[in-house]
Design a protein. Structure first.
Length: 751
């Protein structure tokens, strides 16, 4: 298995499978063996026989490590599995990697989010509290003088000199407990606590430091057996280990609180020993947002989050930054140490519960599966830090008469406390309306209660972590009701053409005011404008293809309403069944043209007529007809009726008639000649033709009609005895339109 120090390098906290790895050299593999009785170690080694290259006990646990040749691993595990009388478990040990953080010139104020400075108002720890740093060892520096280091152990070399040959352990230790006010410029979280250095990871030139699960387990046990109240493990592996499980539980039984990094790979796979109960598994947060390993819906094994990318110092007291869950775990370990120091006799269970109980969920990145971030002030107070003095609120941030709406108004009350303000509350009508966000305990996003309007007493109350509070009341103007409005134009069901439609929205008298009226649609966003001196808002909206218009009124209160109406889209001109006279009909003189059965859903505005391209006139009342003058025209007349509805849609109807303003062709084909003498009854034969048809012909004698015939060939007779002695004879012909023509005249004399 691989245990990885959790810090910046991309190589860190990448879990490895339990593959054979070098113990003494590349040709051997280390096996961890849990014993039923330590006294049985000799028997176990004897059973393995010549397979054993070397062995050593795991300090503090009923276990040993055995190095065997790489090609004998399977045989050795089989032998151990068959020895139930002496062996509880056997597992291949792994390589433990540690990596140093590179230099980083940035700085962060992450302590503000996790409330470290507020927690330190109860004190900066106590020499009676010891934090074990199980890591690459710790080197004494100006910030961690030797007097601050408790006796530790080096499980890599097997001696009592756990100096840091890498730097990771020293950076972790400095973050937890660097000495305050030493002129270097960096203060640890628990700067009066002692650090117990335990080296389980060894440096390797050009690559990461290495160690074993057995050494980590031994380090945990050593720390617990030598009185460390807090054991920090900024390392981890994705492969479980029985030795690590037994070590964590041993430490818990001894009264130690184990704090371990949850890892950085961005998956939900468990990391060990962090995932071993009752260790506190610590995930990294940046401004309250989760980073690194994540909980899943089914397995919420990470207990608490803490900020990362934190300032610290290395073995040369050089300013450094430590990142990822290495930093987060160390931060929580430092807070736990402050908790132990807050009250003599505080137990690990109390401190653990205080850390978890104050977890603050990030209001921006509120992933319900991820843990909340640590609230160090809460943890220290609930671990036993006393707080009897109430806050003092000198300004609640409100001004008399100011308007509060449902849109949050940021208030920054002026409030002091001997320790820290846990939260601010806005109270109106006996109810808590708003509470300060975890990221800023002295800012409040105040709102008006829903439905409130007019003068409203609002109380701002400031609480400390003990529940002590101070309050101040101010009368403000509440505006938290919805606007009341209607669309007054156009009306529901109105007919409109495609394209922008003028819309007017009117606020009801006394309604909550609005600061924006807008229409959102697939056709774009339309901003309405206030009609000066009125409660009307006007805009031009393109309806949907179904004729729907929706208008959103956004009130100054923060509430919005939507008003809708359905229109009828009409882009078609009026319809008609035809033009009269019908096509190719003959007409004469002034005739009447009409357009029949005109209809339109939106109503008819007018019907206009053109004849041979010349405008005739318009009719606005049904039935639609106009007189057309043809004068003496003979030939075709092109008629065009243009119908227009009330929306401006048009449709044309055309036809053609024939103008006939000429009389028939008429001639006498048989009759006495001019100046003939006649007597008795005389018959006259006549020929008459006309394109429109001949209606009839008439015989005129001295201007009077004496005979008529309407059938071709035309015969007309006159009794000359009844006429004057001198007779003027002429034929008159009519066509069917009423045009008339005359034949040439003759004069007869009666005998």
């Amino acid at each position: 298995m691989r245990i990885v120090a959790s810090c910046l390098s991309s190589l860190l906290l990448v879990g490895l499978a339990a593959v054979p790895a070098a113990a003494a050299d590349a040709s051997s593999v280390r096996i961890d063996v849990g014993l039923t009785d330590p006294a049985g170690a000799a028997t176990v080694l004897a059973n393995l026989g010549e397979q054993v290259l070397s062995s050593k006990p795991v300090t503090g646990l009923a276990a040993i490590t055995v190095d065997v040749p790489a090609d004998a691993v399977d045989a050795a595990l089989a032998t151990l599995a068959g020895d139930a009388a002496h062996v509880r478990f056997a597992e291949v040990d792994g390589v433990v990697h540690a990596n140093s953080d590179p230099y980083d010139g940035t700085t962060r104020a992450a302590y503000n989010y996790d409330r470290i400075f507020e927690a330190q108002t109860w004190g900066t720890g106590s020499p009676s509290v010891t934090v074990a740093v199980v890591d690459t060892g710790v080197t004494s520096t100006v910030e961690l003088p030797a007097a601050r280091l408790a006796p530790g152990f080096d499980f890599v070399d097997g001696d009592t000199d756990p100096a840091d040959d890498d730097e990771h352990g020293t950076m972790v230790a400095a973050l937890i407990a660097a000495e305050a006010d030493n002129g270097v410029g960096f203060n640890g979280i628990c700067s009066q606590c002692r650090v117990m250095p335990i080296r389980v990871l060894g440096h390797r030139e050009g690559t990461a430091a290495m160690g074993s699960a057995a050494d980590v387990a031994a380090g945990i046990v050593f720390a617990a057996d030598h009185g460390a109240q807090v054991i920090n493990l900024s390392l981890g592996t994705e492969t479980s280990s029985r030795l690590l499980e037994e070590a964590v539980r041993h430490a818990s039984e001894k009264g130690s609180l184990v704090v371990a990094a949850a890892g950085n790979t961005g998956t939900s796979i468990r990391e060990y020993p962090a995932a071993i109960e009752p260790a506190l598994a610590v995930g990294s947060m940046v401004d309250g947002g989760s980073g690194g390993k994540r909980n899943s819906r089914a397995d919420k094994w990470i207990d608490i989050g803490a900020e990362t990318n934190l300032a610290t110092t290395g073995p040369q007291a050089n300013r450094r930054h430590i990142t990822k869950t290495s930093a987060s775990s160390a931060l929580v370990a430092g807070v736990a140490a402050l908790g132990f120091a807050a009250k003599p006799g505080t137990t690990a269970a109390t401190v653990r519960a205080a850390i978890l109980g104050g977890a603050v969920r990030n209001p921006v990145n509120n992933n319900v599966d991820d843990p909340g971030s640590i609230d160090a002030a809460y943890a220290v107070h609930h671990s036993g830090g006393a707080d009897t003095v109430a806050p003092v609120l000198t300004d609640n941030g409100l001004t008399a008469g100011q308007t509060l709406t449902l849109r949050a108004t940021v208030l920054t009350p002026v409030v002091t406390d001997d320790h820290a303000i846990q939260r601010l509350e806005e109270i109106a009508g006996g109810k808590v309306i708003a509470t300060s966000l975890s990221t800023s305990r002295t800012k409040l996003y105040a709102i008006a209660p829903h439905g409130a309007r007019g003068p409203l007493p609002v109380t701002i109350r400031a609480y400390d972590y003990a529940g002590n509070y101070d309050e101040m009341t101010t009368v403000v103007n509440a505006e938290a009701t919805s606007p009341v409005a209607s669309i007054v134009s156009p009306v529901e069901g109105a007919h409109v053409r495609s394209g922008p439609v003028p819309v007017i929205v009117r606020l009801a008298e006394g309604s909550s005011p609005v600061n924006r009226v807008v229409s959102y649609s697939a056709n774009g966003t339309v901003e309405f404008t206030r009609v000066a001196g009125t409660d009307d808002w006007a805009g031009a909206v393109v309806p949907s293809s179904e004729g729907l218009i929706q208008v959103n009124l956004q009130g100054v209160s923060g509430l919005s309403i939507v008003r809708s109406l359905k229109l009828v889209i009409d882009d078609s001109g009026p319809t008609a069944t035809g033009i009269a006279p019908r096509n190719q009909v003959r007409v004469r003189g002034t005739f009447t043209s009409s357009i029949e059965d005109v209809a339109d859903a939106s109503g008819i505005a007018q019907a206009q007529l053109w004849a041979n391209g010349k405008y005739v006139g318009a009719d606005t009342m049904a039935p639609y007809s106009l007189a057309v003058q043809t004068g003496t025209l003979n030939g075709t007349v092109d008629l065009t009726w243009k119908l227009t509805d009330t929306l401006g849609n048009t449709r044309d109807y055309t036809g053609q008639v024939i103008a006939d303003n000429a009389g028939p062709t008429v001639a006498i084909t048989s009759a006495p000649g001019h100046k003939a003498k006649v007597k008795g009854t005389v018959t006259i034969a006549v020929k008459a033709t006309d394109p429109s048809g001949v209606s009839h012909v008439e015989l005129l004698v001295n201007g009077k009609v004496v005979a008529r015939d309407s059938t071709s060939a035309y015969l007309l007779a006159v009794n000359t005895a009844r006429q004057a002695k001198t007779m003027k004879i002429q034929i008159r012909a009519y066509d069917k339109l009423g045009n008339v023509s005359y034949s040439s005249a003759r004069t007869w004399y009666r005998k």
